[in-house]
Design a protein around this ligand. Structure first.
Ligand SMILES: [Zn+2]
Length: 405
């Protein structure tokens, strides 16, 4: 009997990926269906549905779920859910579809057949309302808002069958773990409580400190890297994965943590996204989620600890996973050790702290990185990456760096 946390919604994991003969038959059938082109966010959501990370969802959301999720973080069946998971198409195409019709789902970028959906509903939404509720802003400069505002005119909803996980299994091998796989690993290791560390940046001393606080509290740690789409200028997933490998190898006790990758795209929805990160980490078998400063945020849209506070608004039965709220961490030269804003009383001038943007700039210019900011093995991996960038990319990167506040 597993002592791991139950999947979200109280039932079993619900992976929607097909295998074997069923998969073959459905692919054959899909060849004759109307094709719906999905953007990268929609494709990544479909894969999350496929692997069971979005349990208990069975497909893309209809209007009642969309509305309930936007306004009350609750689906029509009463189950907690923080961000709408929807699919859109053009008005022309929606008009041509009849209710009950099956459609083929195609990834716009690669033209790959990703799955199929039975269309049970067609509806239009107030996109600005969704943005205000989910992102707390309607500013088009916000990358998540921009995506929602650029969606096509009509949402279509219904249960899906998933055929394809794109390149992820081939590219990431054993690190690409589906929720059933992490659960099996945790059980094999005898872990009952597992903390997840969400990462989309390289892991420096501050993250290492966070991670080790979690290792002290829980049986194990899942370092969980996002490998779906990011903003331009962010460090590619493969480099980040390699940098974490060297860190874990050199600075963690064996068998206290594992690294995995997951295929979702960032929405940068700050607090609401932190909750979504909780929902699917619970499906992966994690009992705790580390929430640091400005979790899943972008720019100045969210207060530094909004993503910690929002967990207090969720009714207790809504979400089983617990947040591990840790304030900003850094090396303090006066404390002579790692500390946080909760434990270090000294002035900010004693802190060794670099923003990701600053570090990118320093590494790409081959400057010396201050002591105690990162581990030398990690910096070596990052430097290797910057050395491979050709001049054109570097100029673009610099433009990006200086373009940021
Ligand atoms: Zn201090």
């Amino acid at each position: 009997m597993s002592r791991l946390i139950a999947p979200h919604g109280g039932g079993e994991l619900k992976p929607l990926l097909l295998y074997g003969d069923e998969l073959k038959n459905e692919i054959e059938k899909a060849k004759g269906l109307t094709q719906i082109k999905m953007g990268s966010r929609e494709t990544s959501d479909l894969i999350m549905l496929g692997i069971g990370a979005f349990t208990p969802l069975e497909g893309f959301m209809g209007y009642a779920d969309w509305k309930g999720v936007c306004d009350e973080m609750k689906m029509a069946n009463g189950i907690f859910w923080p961000i709408p998971i929807t699919l859109s198409t053009t008005k022309g195409q929606a008009d041509s579809l009849s209710i009950g019709e099956e459609v083929a789902l195609i990834d716009e970028e690669t033209s790959e057949l990703m799955g199929s959906m039975k269309v049970m509903e067609k509806y239009t939404i107030d996109k600005e309302h969704e943005c205000q509720q989910v992102f707390r802003t309607t500013a088009q400069a916000h990358p998540g808002v921009h995506k929602v505002m650029s969606q096509k005119e009509v949402n279509i909803a219904g249960p899906v069958k998933v055929f394809n996980e794109l390149h992820y299994p081939a590219e990431y091998g054993v690190k690409y773990m589906r929720p059933a796989q992490t659960r099996a690993i945790f059980q094999e290791k005898g872990w009952n409580t597992v903390a997840a560390l969400q990462l989309r940046n390289p892991m420096h001393r501050a993250h290492e400190h966070l991670a080790k606080i979690a290792v002290e509290i829980c049986d194990g740690l899942l370092i969980h890297q996002l490998v779906g789409k990011l903003k331009e200028g962010d460090i590619p997933a493969k480099t980040r994965v390699k940098a974490i490998d060297v860190l874990v190898e050199n600075y963690f006790v064996k068998d206290t943590c594992i690294q995995g990758v997951y295929p979702m795209e960032m929405r940068y929805a700050g607090p609401r996204e932190a909750l979504l990160h909780g929902v699917f980490r619970q499906n992966y078998g994690c009992s705790h989620l580390l929430i640091g400063r400005d979790h899943a945020g972008v720019g100045d849209y969210y207060g530094p600890y909004d993503a910690q506070r929002i967990f207090d608004e969720v009714p207790q039965e809504g979400l089983l996973i617990s947040p591990l709220k840790i304030n900003l961490t850094f090396y303090c030269t006066k404390c002579d050790g790692m500390a946080s804003t909760k434990t270090c009383p000294h002035d900010v001038s004693f802190r060794v702290n670099l923003s990701g943007t600053m570090l990118r700039k320093m590494l790409s210019e081959d400057q010396v990185i201050p002591d105690h900011f990162s581990r030398p093995e990690v910096l070596e991996v990052l430097k290797e990456y910057y050395a491979t960038l050709d001049e054109k990319v570097e100029i673009k990167l610099h433009k990006h760096v200086f373009g940021e506040k």
